[in-house]
Design a protein around this ligand. Structure first.
Ligand code: NAD
Length: 499
């Protein structure tokens, strides 16, 4: 019988009891390598109870003690990064170097959480009235839940859990059932770092587990990252159960290439941003908006030989630049979009569909594709494909390019490539997008800034990590205090105006 990935509750691995299991694939070989338990509502009850019971003591721990666990966690993640990266690559497919890079971005959030004693400091005003002082404090919410996607099985749980925990909450992670192993290792490392039992738990599962978490009366807040349809559902259902919810969704990130751009730099940028991780990044560039036909022709002429030469292969091979797609279903979906693009009249100037790798014939590999003359009503423009498929759209001028980005339903990231400071500044001010790059193709904010999109790329009010993360995972309390001084003001029947 193959290995089964189970839950982690109260500081130990707990075998799944629902009788339901999912299959976990290695996408490079297209084979089931292990199974994953899929929790039912009774198991969700158990995991939430563990987090609820651990909450009072953890919330009462001095912030510096909680921060010390994060210092230790950072050290353990760094010591184990090679093993974690290999585990990630085995189930996801991306290259080991890319896996390591994403874990490093997660470690940076742990570093940010090490400063929580400072971040939790409130405000204090002496003498808001005679003998009266006011101060504000931020307190933890209770049991917080993280529901995460397949594409960053380490980084996204680490966007959420270090900040939530350092703020004094306890945490339940429901990772993607497509690559569930890493979550379990994170839980073990948290325990090794000194986190008390029950403070960080993992419940494996699919939508049955998610639905039980969304409705659970002891869950205070939900952080979600995944597709827009799921994000919208999670947001509305979580809110209907009176929970605080932040739900980050899908994306269609545009890169506007101006006539004065450094074309070599822009081409390099598209190579990494469109084809890195096989396009399975929420900040991937999937649309290049060329301003003017000269830019479009030049860009395509530069891209075709580079994309054709991409080294596609298993993520464990150090020479590989692009690994396989995550599952057969996803591979079929991306292939379907390429067919649709042709039907809709776009010009497929590079076709990545016909690719088989010797020794990996059953893997979900695909070469890079490029569509030219894509128009805004085509589904390859409107929909998130989440694969190595670049759409080139020709815009007559800068204004048309900006209008196109602003009219798109998604608002995660956008970039402009130009040497014109005026255009760059106008772009930064007027673009209706949450994360903007100027000659930077994937403008993922560092840990002490916050990550989040606009429009249908984020439901809720708070972005993730940075100051927004601290706000999301705490509630504000404001205290007004007066101590007996012997001076009596007498009873006040009008609205008190201190002073
Ligand atoms: P997904 O929405 O299918 O799954 C995400 C999580 O939701 C998983 O844990 C899954 O088990 C659960 N889930 C899926 N369907 C559900 C349902 N009907 N009811 C309840 N729970 C459900 O997303 P995915 O395919 O794992 O990830 C890819 C998507 O995530 C892409 O759209 C990508 O853009 C998005 N993403 C967004 C960001 C961001 O920061 N905005 C970051 C990474 C990924």
């Amino acid at each position: 019988m193959s290995e089964v990935i189970h839950h982690y509750i109260n500081g130990r691995v707990v075998e799944g009891a629902s009788g339901r299991r999912g299959e976990v694939f290695n996408p490079a070989i297209g084979e089931v390598i292990r199974q994953v338990s899929l929790a039912d509502a009774a198991e969700v009850d158990k995991v939430v109870a563990a987090a609820r019971d651990a909450f009072p003591a953890w919330a009462a721990a001095p912030p510096i003690r909680r921060a010390r666990v994060m210092f230790k966690m950072k050290q353990l993640l760094e010591e184990n990064i090679d093993e974690l990266a290999r585990m990630l690559t085995e189930e996801h497919g991306k290259t080991v170097e890319d896996s390591k890079g994403s874990i490093t971005r997660g470690i940076e959030v742990v570093e940010f959480a090490c400063g929580m004693p400072h971040l939790l400091k409130g405000e204090f005003t002496e003498q808001v009235g005679t003998g009266v002082d006011s101060y504000s404090i931020r307190q933890p919410l209770g049991v917080c839940v993280g529901i995460t996607p397949f594409n960053f099985p380490a980084m996204i749980p680490l966007w959420m859990s270090p900040i939530s925990l350092a703020c004094g909450n306890t945490f339940v992670l429901k990772p993607s059932e497509k690559d569930p192993s890493l979550a379990l290792r994170l839980a073990e490392l948290y325990t090794e770092a000194g986190l008390p039992d029950g403070a960080f738990n993992v419940i494996q599962g699919d939508k049955a587990a998610v639905n039980a978490l969304l409705a659970h009366p002891d869950v205070a807040a939900i952080s979600f990252v995944g597709a827009t349809a799921t994000a919208e559902y999670i947001y509305h259902t979580g809110c209907a159960h009176n929970k605080r919810v932040q739900a980050l969704g899908g994306a269609k990130n545009h890169m506007v290439v101006m006539p004065d751009a450094d074309m070599a730099q822009a081409t390099d940028a598209i190579m990494g941003a469109a084809y890195g991780s096989a396009g399975e990044r929420c900040m991937a560039i999937s649309v290049a908006v060329a301003v003017g036909d000269r830019v479009a022709d030049d860009l395509i002429a530069r891209l075709i030989p580079r994309v054709r030469a991409l080294k596609v292969g298993p993520g464990i091979d150090p020479d590989t630049e692009m690994g396989p797609l995550v599952t057969k279903d996803h591979y079929d979906k991306v292939m379907g979009y390429i067919d649709k693009g042709i039907e809709e009249g776009a010009e497929l100037v590079l076709d990545g569909r016909d690719l088989t790798l010797q020794g990996y014939e059953n893997g979900y590999f695909m070469g890079g594709s490029i569509f030219d003359r894509v128009t805004t009503e085509m589904s390859i423009y409107t929909d998130e494909i989440f694969g190595p498929v670049l759409a080139v759209v020709r815009a007559p001028d800068y204004g048309a390019a900006v209008a196109m980005v602003n009219d798109h339903e998604y608002g995660n990231g956008a970039a402009i490539f130009t040497r014109d400071g005026d255009a760059a500044r106008d772009f930064a001010s007027n673009i209706q997008i949450g994360m903007v790059g100027i000659n930077v193709p994937i403008p993922v904010p560092v840990a002490y800034y916050s990550f989040g999109g606009w429009k249908r790329s984020l439901f809720g009010d708070h972005h993730m990590h940075g100051a927004e993360g601290v706000r999301f995972y705490t509630k504000l309390k404001t205290i007004t205090s007066r101590w007996p001084t012997g001076i009596r003001a007498g009873a006040e029947f009008v609205m008190p105006t201190l002073g």
